[in-house]
Design a protein around this ligand. Structure first.
Ligand SMILES: O=C(O)COP(=O)(O)O
Ligand SMILES: [Mg+2]
Length: 218
């Protein structure tokens, strides 16, 4: 029985279409051209403030506008759930892992309010004993503190972290925890350039990867 902590955006859920929607609503209201879905995916991973910074940088919007635009972005964020979907096989994989007795948690840089809103909307909240967002603690990933805190909340047992990005790989490395990389999320580098224990593109493979990781076979 292990403790398994998951990243959220780009790992369990494809939330980029909703972020694309609220980002572009904001840009349009400010008189700027929209960003693409590919840009949106590349801007996710370091939390809402960095997302807005990257969006401003793409459209040449001054730093002085950050506070106002971030506040406007956060006002929309909790409602931005309609286009978000779990990746294929996520529900079955979480069910299998929970049935095998593993204890599950989330450590995301997404703010906690929209995190809880989207987990409830997708009926995934019940799987997780601990959910930490990017604003739950003073520090966020790639600092290892929130990952350590998530594992601590899950009690004792071996640890595994599952994520999709460079930020997650760095966090796992700093926390000295085995990292399973989901390759279909929002990573910006090639899989070979991201430190990982094992990589997978299909959630149907995750329960086996967890078994093999725990058995020391990988
Ligand atoms: O950048 C964000 O807001 C969230 O990203 P994460 O769930 O991949 O940590
Ligand atoms: Mg992610």
């Amino acid at each position: 029985m292990a403790r398994i902590v998951f990243d959220l955006d780009g790992t369990l859920i494809d939330s980029a279409p909703d972020l694309h929607g609220i980002g572009n609503q904001l840009l349009e209201a400010e008189g700027h051209a929209p960003i693409s879905l590919a840009d949106t995916r590349a801007f996710v991973g370091n939390g809402a403030a960095v997302f807005v910074e990257r969006m401003r940088a793409a459209r040449g919007i001054a730093d002085a506008e950050q506070t106002r635009l971030l506040a406007a972005f956060l006002r929309q964020y909790e409602q931005a759930v309609e286009l978000t979907k779990p990746y294929e096989g996520v529900g079955s994989a979480l069910t299998a892992l929970a049935r095998a007795g593993h204890r599950l948690g989330i450590c995301t840089n997404k703010p906690i309010a929209p995190t809880r809103a989207v987990l409830n909307h997708l009926d995934l909240a019940g799987f997780f004993e601990v959910v930490l967002g990017g604003d739950s603690l003073a520090l966020r990933k790639p600092d290892p503190a929130p990952l350590h805190a998530a594992f601590q909340a899950l009690g004792a047992g071996p640890q595994i972290y599952v994520g999709d990005s460079e930020v997650d790989a760095q966090t796992a490395q700093r926390a000295a925890v085995p990292f399973l990389l989901f390759t279909e999320g929002y990573r910006r580098s090639s899989v070979a350039d991201i430190a990982h224990h094992a990589a997978f593109s299909d959630f149907a493979r995750l329960p086996d990867l967890v078994r093999q990781t725990l058995a020391g076979m990988l």
